[in-house]
Design a protein around this ligand. Structure first.
Ligand code: SF4
Length: 684
């Protein structure tokens, strides 16, 4: 079986994009040499991860052939043996326990083509309802709040470059100075207001830094909103013309005068009023959220509270202003649109909508009644302990909340199959490991944080012995009795089918073609026909609800699911550092990045460390109700005394997610990654 159609000569220069985050910085590859290139999101900049991205292509840790567990160890196997084994075990498990005995877990870094074919594989070849992906842990709260307010979830409904004209930007729970440094250049003209319990690298750039207690962002949003209204900044004209629901929302927010919000959040009422004045006085202003405020057991409501603030100020859909959520993973936007979510069909269609089922079933050539219904969300899927689990482009052993419990569930599976580039911590537990191509070795599209569809073209030959994820899915599907034409291996063929499946949906890609992308057209979805120019600014005339109006949401503060107490008196929050990406499976293979941040650490206020008998550089154990993390103490005077911060990129005993609380948001099923109760002790 071929890996991909044409393999460019390695002396060719190929324009491509960084394999990591959703900024999708433009870069140029000559062989494995990387140079930045001019592209609107990065304007010639790259971060350390981007500069070193090619190191993973030929890292000694790269997988170059299938592995099958025998006598307790993973051993080399042929592709036919590995795929036959997987297919036979799947057939056996489903015959004995039903279709839902086998589950699929995808990833927000998969290309649109892979995410689409993975969803089709689950629903058609496996006939299972059990599919979800790690984007549930990333963007689900923002997506739910966006759908609720605007009728559509596009992270930034405007191009990143619009931010350059901003006079004020409120950044909530976002640290782009570390997570996506080239993004920061777009904020240079604005007064920055940063909401973050840590004094992050981004907070250092701010005109105003608000440090709420973890888990109290919603109360802070209510306090600032109250100040906007009380100080006469409410945009009555905008509310009347473009929104509904203000009165219901205000019945709650009216009780959140800034002094009350100060008592809950710790943010001075005067600073809340200053934030309101800065935003209201700006000719062009934006409110942007990210994981810090979203990854909570009330994440969707919290994002809704920030949207309420933006609506009260008349920002969404106004030229030069707006509301947006900063997407994290490389294809965090496209990966949540085309069917790898538990409740979703391609084009951002709902799987419980009869018309959507009929449309997609028609494209797939199957009866609509054979499509399974919605399945459980990511954490619930993993926690249920599926008998068979196929993982593509994800490392839940490190990235799932309550990671110790999830690791045990995966170890107990009768069949764990992992398709990945490297031997991730999840792959180490697998029965079968399938090595796949990565960014520079394959064609595929991604949709960046501003809803722009990008073509990443193959630049290099893949190592002998690896296959594309599309080829893996096709190989398995045909072994499960599907006709080969239903699971194509060519990315462009898959994309053309995705276009048809998405036609008429919210995320309509039907007018996007590889030729238009190769020609450099800037196509932001929806693009409903091949002569449509795309939709860079989504809400200028109307929002996507039937009445064209945005909706205020009546949301109230309730606090973290696990407040601190005498046994666990501190709160822990987790996040990213500049040198590493997500679970770290790739960046921990890059020497420069490992040298920059070699090991797990915990940021602690010096007074808090002293009280625990610890000093800078000591080894500490951070203990929650769910587990213990071993980490090197880094004393940081600017962090709150009641808070510790842990990066989530490290494996083994340094897994931050051994601590995290899987309390789920009732709306989005987002786990509460960003706050849990812990204690800090000298390492045992
Ligand atoms: Fe750009 Fe993100 Fe890659 Fe850094 S990791 S180079 S910010 S796309």
């Amino acid at each position: 079986m071929t890996i991909a159609a044409a393999r460019p000569d390695t002396t060719d220069t190929i324009d491509t994009h960084c394999p990591y985050c959703a900024l999708q910085c433009g870069m140029r590859l000559r062989g494995k040499e990387i140079e930045p290139r001019e592209f609107p999101t990065n304007r010639g900049g790259l971060c350390q991860k981007g500069w070193t991205a090619s190191a993973v292509l030929d890292s000694p840790g790269r997988l170059t052939g299938p592995l099958v567990r025998a006598d307790g160890a993973l051993r080399p196997a042929t592709w036919d043996h590995a795929l036959d084994l997987v297919a036979n075990r799947v057939i056996e498990l489903q015959a004995r326990h039903g279709r839902d005995a086998v589950a699929v877990f995808g990833g927000g870094g998969l290309t649109n083509e892979k995410a689409y074919l993975l969803g089709k594989f689950a629903r058609v070849a496996l006939g299972t309802s059990r599919i979800d992906y790690n984007g549930r842990f990333c963007m689900s709260a923002a997506a739910a709040a966006g759908n609720r307010a605007f009728g559509m979830d596009r992270g930034l409904p405007f191009p990143v470059t619009d931010l350059r004209a901003a006079d004020a930007v409120l950044l909530v729970g976002a640290n782009p100075a570390e997570t996506m440094p080239p993004f920061v250049q777009h904020l240079r003209g604005a007064e920055l207001i940063v909401v973050d319990p840590r004094r992050s690298a981004t907070a250092e750039l701010a005109a105003l830094h608000l440090q709420p207690a973890p888990g109290t962002d919603l109360a802070l949003a209510l306090g600032i909103l109250h100040a906007v209204v009380a100080d006469g900044h409410l945009r009555h004209d905008y509310l009347a013309a473009r929104t509904t629901g203000f009165e219901d929302m205000w019945r709650i927010a009216a009780a959140w005068w800034p002094e009350r919000a100060e008592r809950v959040t710790g943010v001075a009422a005067a600073d809340q009023r200053r934030a309101a004045t800065l935003l209201a006085g700006a000719a062009n202003a934006y409110v942007l959220t990210a994981r810090g405020t979203e990854q909570h057991a009330r994440g969707a409501d919290t994002v809704s509270a920030w949207i309420n603030l933006a609506l009260a100020l008349g920002l969404p859909g106004r030229p030069g202003s707006g509301f947006g959520c900063l997407t994290g993973q490389g294809n965090g936007q496209g990966g949540r649109e085309h069917g790898q979510k538990a409740d979703q069909l391609p084009g951002y269609r709902r799987i419980d909508d009869p018309a959507a089922r009929a449309h997609v079933a028609g494209v797939w050539g199957i009866p609509p009644e054979t499509l399974p219904g919605p399945g459980p969300s990511a954490y619930e899927l993993l926690d249920a302990g599926p008998r068979g689990l196929l993982v593509f482009g994800s490392n839940p052993v490190v990235s799932a909340p309550h990671a110790g419990r999830i690791s045990a569930r995966l170890s107990d599976a009768d069949l764990l199959v992992v398709a990945d580039v490297v031997l991730s911590e999840t792959a180490r537990l697998a029965d079968v490991v399938l090595p796949v191509t990565q960014w520079a070795e394959e064609d595929g599209t991604l949709t960046n944080l501003e809803g722009r569809i990008l073509l990443r073209q193959q630049a290099l030959a893949a190592p002998a012995g690896v296959r594309t994820d599309l080829a893996v899915l096709s190989g398995l599907a045909t072994r499960l009795g599907q006709p080969a034409h239903r699971f194509p291996v060519d990315a462009q063929v898959v994309f053309d089918e995705l276009r048809r499946a998405s036609a008429g949906g919210v995320a309509d890609y039907s007018g996007v073609t590889y030729d238009r992308l190769r020609a450099g057209e800037a196509l932001h979805w929806p693009v409903p026909s091949v002569d449509h120019p795309g939709t860079p600014r989504a809400f200028l005339d109307r929002f996507a609800h039937d009445d064209g109006r945005a909706r205020f949401a009546p949301v109230d503060h309730s606090g973290p699911a696990e407040p601190p107490d005498a046994e666990f008196p501190l709160q822990a929050t987790t996040g990213r550092v500049l040198a590493h990406y997500q679970s770290g499976a790739q960046t921990r293979l890059v020497a420069e990045l490992v040298a920059a941040v070699p090991e797990m650490f915990v940021e602690v206020h010096p007074d808090t460390a002293r009280r625990a008998g610890l000093a800078d550089g000591d080894l500490a154990d951070v203990v929650s109700r769910r587990g213990t993390v071993r980490a090197r103490v880094t004393c940081v005077p600017s962090i709150r005394v009641d808070l510790v911060f842990l990066p989530f990129h490290f494996p083994g005993a340094g897994r931050a997610n051994l601590l995290t609380n899987p309390a789920l948001d009732p709306v989005s099923r987002m786990p509460e990654f960003k706050v849990c109760a812990v204690r800090l002790v000298v390492a045992a």
